[in-house]
Design a protein around this ligand. Structure first.
Ligand SMILES: Cc1cc2nc3c(=O)[nH]c(=O)nc-3n(C[C@H](O)[C@H](O)[C@H](O)COP(=O)(O)OP(=O)(O)OC[C@H]3O[C@@H](n4cnc5c(N)ncnc54)[C@H](O)[C@@H]3O)c2cc1C
Length: 417
């Protein structure tokens, strides 16, 4: 006898939307979450700076068509529409700011190279993005950084076909009170059992048996929203084993690295407009990674550095001190060491080592783009995956996760007898 129709595992954007939709469809559910909070990779907290800080998802990507943008309008969550594309931002080269000609040159090369990468995907070629990139070009470190920020992997680990399939309208709008806060407000009505990590899912009996730290739940179906790295990592035991094709897909579409390092100042030390951006690439030292920064988000005296890919993973592994030093060095080179006299708080995220995410967002490896579709296929008509990695065209985003959760709930409603 089932306790509920559906167990939903993970209270991130996908799990919350799945549970909410199940409720609308008249199905009973239990939503269980390993952490002591909801939101997963969308998490706004105000305790560090006294103002909202998104430790995970921040921008409403493809905001003009993003369904969560419309929810933000409905719930009265403001967002900033003045996002400048990465290629048009002030660029510091170590010795000083790039002049207009240098900026133009970098923009043209980066844009043309992105287009060359996309052209491979458009032609149906599933190869590494690096095949379209001149790695000895002066601006190579810039495009490497942008690939790492967008895909959470460097260009040698990105499938051109997968990247091409990502639907981007170039409208990226940050939410003033936080993207995590928006998701939390949208699903405030959904009951969640927190601190209940799932350790096993058994599909061998008449019911699905889900073992959690807060007891065993019997259900007619289960929706699992954990990241691909968590699922491939084996912290949830599946009986029988997941189908080999699904196991291969989880490994072929890993969750890459991305982190933020943020500094709060006691006053405006930058003299830049609210919600500005700056990019740093030190031409004095070719071994240094390029970095991008958000400066004074919404007018708060904060700077946020973005680290992506293996660089984010390795810096996180070296410790919070190493992350802060890496980001601080770039800031000081751009704006002078005196700014640090006014720095009052620092913080760094640690998504790669977080056992419940083991990374930031997913990306198909070269040659593996076709496996993303496998993630969305039901297992024995009773186990459904949802989450950003399952989205065919909006993977790696909050709204992609949100839509896959609704979709899984809908599929269950039509499939359950
Ligand atoms: C630094 C960073 C910046 C980002 N920036 C953006 C951005 O600007 N815009 C954007 O759209 N996206 C962004 N993203 C990506 C976006 O946040 C994610 O794609 C999205 O939030 C994923 O949602 P999800 O529901 O698929 O997964 P998750 O949010 O990871 O939800 C899965 C949940 O499952 C839980 N869980 C794991 N294991 C278990 C278990 N055994 N039992 C029970 N529960 C478990 C986890 O704790 C988690 O809460 C960013 C992500 C990061 C990390």
């Amino acid at each position: 006898m089932s306790d509920v129709d559906v167990v939903v595992i993970g209270a991130g954007a996908a799990g919350l939307s799945a549970a909410s939709r199940l409720g609308e469809l008249g199905l009973s559910f239990r939503l269980v979450e390993a952490k002591g909070r909801i939101g997963g990779r969308t998490w706004t907290e105000s305790s560090t700076f006294g103002v909202p800080f998104d430790r995970g998802g921040h921008w409403l990507h493809s905001a003009d068509v993003n369904p969560l943008r419309f929810e933000a309008d409905r719930l009265g969550f403001a967002y900033h529409q003045g996002y400048s594309p990465p290629s048009s931002r002030p660029l510091h080269l170590g010795r000083g700011w790039a002049d207009a000609a240098g900026r133009q040159d970098s923009v043209e090369w980066v844009d043309a190279t992105f287009e060359a990468v996309h052209a491979l995907g458009r032609a149906g070629k599933d190869v590494a993005a690096i095949e379209a990139i001149d790695t000895v070009n002066r601006w190579y470190r810039l495009i490497r950084h942008w690939h790492e920020a967008i895909s959470a992997f460097g260009p040698e680990e990105i499938s051109t076909l997968d990247l091409f399939r990502y639907r981007d309208t170039d409208h990226n709008w940050p939410v003033v009170k936080g993207y995590g806060a928006l998701v939390a407000a949208l699903f405030a009505h959904v009951p969640v059992t927190l601190d209940a990590p799932v350790s096993a899912i058994d599909l061998t009996g008449p019911d699905v048996r889900v073992e959690t730290a807060k007891g065993t739940i019997h259900a007619r179906a289960v929706i699992v929203t954990c990241s691909t790295n968590v699922l491939a990592g084996g912290s949830i035991r599946f009986t029988p084993d997941l189908p080999p094709a699904l196991g291969e897909a989880l490994r072929a579409i890993p969750t890459g690295g991305a982190n933020k390092v943020a500094f709060q100042f006691s006053r405006d030390v930058f003299g830049m407009e609210p919600t500005s951006y700056a990019t740093f690439m030190d031409e004095r030292d070719p071994a240094r990674h390029a970095l991008s920064y958000q400066i004074r988000p919404f007018g708060d005296d904060i700077a946020i550095a973005y680290l992506g890919g293996r660089f984010a993973e390795e810096t996180e592994a070296a410790g919070e001190g190493a992350m802060i030093e890496t980001a601080r060095a770039g800031l000081v080179d751009m704006f002078g060491s005196a700014i640090m006299d006014h720095c009052i708080t620092t913080t760094a995220t640690g998504w790669c080592g977080d056992p419940h995410t083991l990374g930031a967002y997913s990306c198909a490896k070269p040659g593996e783009a076709h496996r993303r579709a496998v993630l969305g296929e039901p297992v024995h008509d009773r186990l459904f995956l949802a989450g950003e990695a399952v989205s065919p065209d909006w993977f790696s985003t909050v709204h992609g996760a949100y839509l896959t959760g609704m979709d899984a709930a809908q599929k269950i409603a039509t499939m359950l007898p």
